[in-house]
Structure formats: C-alpha cells, structure tokens
Ligand binder design. Structure first.
Ligand code: ADE
Ligand code: ZN
Length: 329
C-alpha cells in the first residue's frame, strides 16, 4: 500500500542533508562559487558508499553553498513543502549552526535563518516543526557548548533540543561540557550513537542525558545496553535507507527495526538525509512493509512512538496523536 497520504512524523532529519540538489546548485551560483557541471549529482551519496565517513564526505562538497541566512531560510521553507508533499504533519529538523564560523558566518544568523524558513513554511503548508541544534563529534567541543547555549536561548522561538552528529569514531566524552550545560538548562537531548559505532556508545549517550538515540542499530550487540535504554524509556530514531547507505547494517533483513517494534521497544522511522539520499519517508515506510514484512497496525505504532517522543508541548502532541488516530483508522 502507499503510505504517502497517511499522516507521519519525522523526528530525525538533517536540514543540510535534506536540501534539494538543484537548490544547492542555485545557492552556490548566488554565492559566486564555481561548481563543476556534475555538481547536482555530487550533492547525492554515491552508489559506491560503504561507510558513514564516506557518506559524510558528500556534505563537505556542498556545505559552503548553504552558509547564509537566506540559504538556510530557503532550505527550511522547501523542507516544509517537501514534508507536506510526503504526508508529514510534524518534523524536527537538525543542523549544526557552527559549521560556517571559519567563513565568518555567525551561528545566531544560521539559527535565525533556519527558524524563519520553518515559520514561513508552517504558515504556508500547515506542517509543524521544531529545530534541533547539533554539535559535531569530529569538530571542536566548544562548538557543542555554543549549540547548547543557543538551543536554550532560542527555546521560545522554535529550537527544541540538542544533538551531536558526525563521525562516530570521535569520542562523545570530549563534548561532556556541552551536554552538561544542556542538562543544566533543561534542553531536551538526542544523540547519534550506535550507528557506525558500538552499543557502548548508546550507553554513553544515555548517560549524557539523551532521551532519544539517533539510529542505535548496534545496540542489538549488547542486550544489557538495550535493556537499559528500554528501562529508561528511550526512543530510537531509526532511518532504514540511511542505515543501508552508510552500511550501518549490511542488508535490510538484518535491520533491528522490525524486531524492536514487535518487542515493544520505542522505535520510530525517520529520513535522516532525504536530499543527500534521494529518498523520502514514504519510501522508508514502504520498505518497512515490503522488506521487513511490517503491516499498517505495526507502522502506526511507530508513528505513535514518534508522537510520544517529539520535543513538543503536551498539547501539540495531543493534537498530533488525534490526527494520527484519525488518519490511520
Ligand atoms: N550527519 C548527517 N547525517 C548523519 C548521520 N547519519 N550520522 C552522523 N552524522 C550525520
Ligand atoms: Zn542523522
């Protein structure tokens, strides 16, 4: 069946990884960057990609084009339109506002550009959203602290949480201060862990205060960590297409999503980087049905897990829950 017109949530979507390639090409031209003729295809992950570090290389190519207030505003607005077309009624977009500090583009400007786009997008499409700010594991830890402080500063203007993304070979421990600050200020925390790295990274993320884990597929390798995550009521933000592209799982049949869902683990289905992957959330729902054998009642449960875990007010979650119940009847 098609899941496109069923109401869905996307809690794990990178704003920079969601930009349409043609928009990046246009932004590069506006910025006066001289991009090669094959630039649009270089904004997508190559079919030969075999690892998370290789996957992340794609971002290095196009990120210079996105480093402006107008660029982030446009990216966020178009993301609302793309989500609307895909049947998404609420999403949380994330990005690192400190990516362009060396180029002189201020983190506050980046946050404000993204928020302006999300606000305009909600007014136009009715799609609700929140913004999560990220540190990057393999970047200076001071930037994670900057992201934590900005998440607090902009908490009443649409920023809903703190994350850390990037190369999982770089230790989370270096970013302790940023997450301590977030916990102190009451900023909700999600952390990429157990994607390309081991189950112990998931334990560490829980200890850092994460109530949601980005991916976490490798948690299956340590039942004690999985039990700890379940005991704490943590939610896993899983992304099927992304996990295949980064080879976090070797084949879909080995993805833990279906088993987790059947075992009552709080799992959700998300895009990760729809622009870079050339994928949609609907495609991942259809993959879950065709390749993992999940049916509509089970997938509805995953959407309701996302409602429960959304970094949104109880009244927003109640209204999302009602719309899911109505739409998936
Ligand atoms: N940045 C964008 N996509 C990512 C992923 N899947 N893991 C870590 N960092 C990311
Ligand atoms: Zn991610």
């Amino acid at each position: 069946m098609s899941y496109q017109h069923l109401p869905k949530l996307d809690l794990h979507c990178h704003l920079d990884g969601a930009v349409r390639p043609e928009t990046l090409v246009a932004l590069a031209a506006e910025a006066g960057l001289s991009w090669p003729p094959d630039a649009a295809s270089r904004c997508r992950v190559a079919a030969t990609c075999r690892s998370l570090p290789e996957f992340l290389k794609t971002f290095e190519f196009f990120l210079p084009a996105l480093g402006s207030r107008a660029g982030l505003r446009r990216a966020a607005l178009e993301l609302c339109r793309d989500m609307k077309a895909d049947g998404v009624i609420y999403f949380e977009a994330r990005f690192s506002p400190t990516l362009w500090v060396d180029a002189g583009f201020a983190p506050e400007e980046a946050v404000e550009g993204a928020l302006e786009g999300l606000r305009k997008g909600e007014a136009e499409t009715g799609v609700k959203s929140g913004l999560i700010l990220c540190g990057i594991r393999n970047f200076p830890p001071e930037r994670t602290l900057v992201a934590a402080k900005l998440a607090y500063k902009y908490r009443d203007r649409g920023v809903v949480g703190l994350d850390i993304a990037g190369d999982e070979r770089s230790p989370l421990a270096a970013h302790r201060e940023g997450f301590a600050e977030a916990r102190k200020l009451g900023v909700p925390i999600t952390i990429h862990a157990g994607e390309a790295g081991p189950a112990s990274n998931v334990r560490e993320a829980l200890e850092f205060g994460a109530t949601r884990i980005g991916h976490g597929v490798h948690v299956v390798e340590d039942p004690a960590v999985l039990a700890e995550a379940v005991k704490r009521g943590a939610t896993f933000e899983m992304c099927l297409t992304s996990n295949l592209m980064t080879h976090s799982v070797d084949q879909m049949a080995n993805h833990p999503f279906a088993q987790f869902l059947r075992d009552g683990v709080r799992v959700t289905l998300n895009t990760d980087d729809p622009g870079v992957q050339g994928s949609t959330l609907t495609q991942d729902f259809e993959r879950a049905e065709k390749e993992l054998g999940l049916g509509k009642p089970e997938l509805k449960r995953a959407v309701l897990h996302a409602v429960d875990a959304a970094f949104a007010s109880e009244s927003t979650r109640a209204s999302l829950r009602a719309r899911i119940e109505e739409g998936w009847r």
